[in-house]
Each structure stands twice: as C-alpha cells, then as structure tokens.
Design a protein around this ligand. Structure first.
Ligand code: MG
Length: 164
C-alpha cells in the first residue's frame, strides 16, 4: 500500500466558469488557471501521482504547454488513472476536502464523486468528498480563491505473487 497527498489553490475571478470535480457549478465567479482550474481534480491528481511516486501534475501536464490551455481536468485525471494502471497500481481510496466560503458545495458533492469515479473507472464508494469553509478567515474566507486537499491510498498489484 502507498499513500499520497495533494494540495492546490486557484484564484476566484469574474468571467470564468466554476468547475469542481468536473462539474460546472452556478456561481458568479470561477477559478483562474491555464487549464479549467479544477482545484479539486488537481489536488486528487497530485495525491495519486505522489502515491505512485510519479511526480506531480506540473511535470506531466506543464502549464507552459499550450496543449493544456483550458484543458478539461477530468481528461487529465483519466490519463493519470491510465498511467497508474500501466504501473500496476490499483486505487483503494481517495478522500478530499474542498475549502470554500461560497457557494454551498454539499448539494453538488454526489455529482462530483460520480464524475471523478467514472474518470478513474472505480466504484463511487472509493471517492469520498467533503467541503468546509474557513470561517471567514484567510483568502478562502475573503472569497479570493478556493483550496483543495486530497489524500489517496493505492495498492501495488504489480508485485503480487500469482495464486493461480
Ligand atoms: Mg491547479
């Protein structure tokens, strides 16, 4: 078993869609970034890559590469899932927390879980999401940006002895 941690922050700005966990949310601001700035999906990808010892998303999908301009982070997550499979890692569990003062995220968490689990081709029960405010404190509290934290556990199935 290996574990990984991911953390990400993006600015909230006007005239951008707010995409979290691959779901477009109704809100007056969105996240700024080279890609679609899906802060939750980015934190999850970093946790997965970390657990597999494969670096971080900056190394795999550099924000200096025009190919990733406005990239759909869910497509990048699918690529990470594929890479893990090639390296003989199997997902055990993801747990993530989104830090946002607004909008209220709880009603949208089931759809995000579904979307993320579909991208990783895993049961939805293996993707757990939570949301919290920061009680008005810091950049999240001032609604200047959103943050996300993720941890994951992977199972290395490559060196499992065959029982057959
Ligand atoms: Mg990011």
């Amino acid at each position: 078993m290996t574990v990984g941690i991911g953390f990400d922050v993006h600015c909230l700005v006007e005239d951008r869609p707010l995409i979290l966990g691959g779901i477009s949310l109704p809100f007056e601001k969105g996240l700024l970034g080279h890609s679609d700035a899906d802060v939750l999906t980015h934190a999850i990808m970093d946790a997965l890559l970390g657990a597999a010892g494969l670096g971080d998303i900056g190394a795999h999908f550099p924000d200096t590469d025009p190919a990733y301009r406005d990239a759909d982070s869910i497509a990048l997550l699918e690529a990470v899932g594929q890479l893990l499979k090639e390296k003989h890692y199997e997902l055990v569990h993801i747990d993530a927390t989104i830090c946002a003062e607004r909008p209220k995220l709880a009603p949208h968490l089931p759809a995000m879980r579904e979307r993320l689990a579909t991208a990783l081709a895993c049961p939805v029960a293996q993707v757990h999401l939570k949301a919290t405010t920061t009680e008005g404190l810091g950049f999240v509290g001032r609604e200047e940006g959103l943050a996300a934290l993720a941890v994951c556990e992977l199972r290395d199935v490559g060196c499992r002895p065959s029982l057959l």
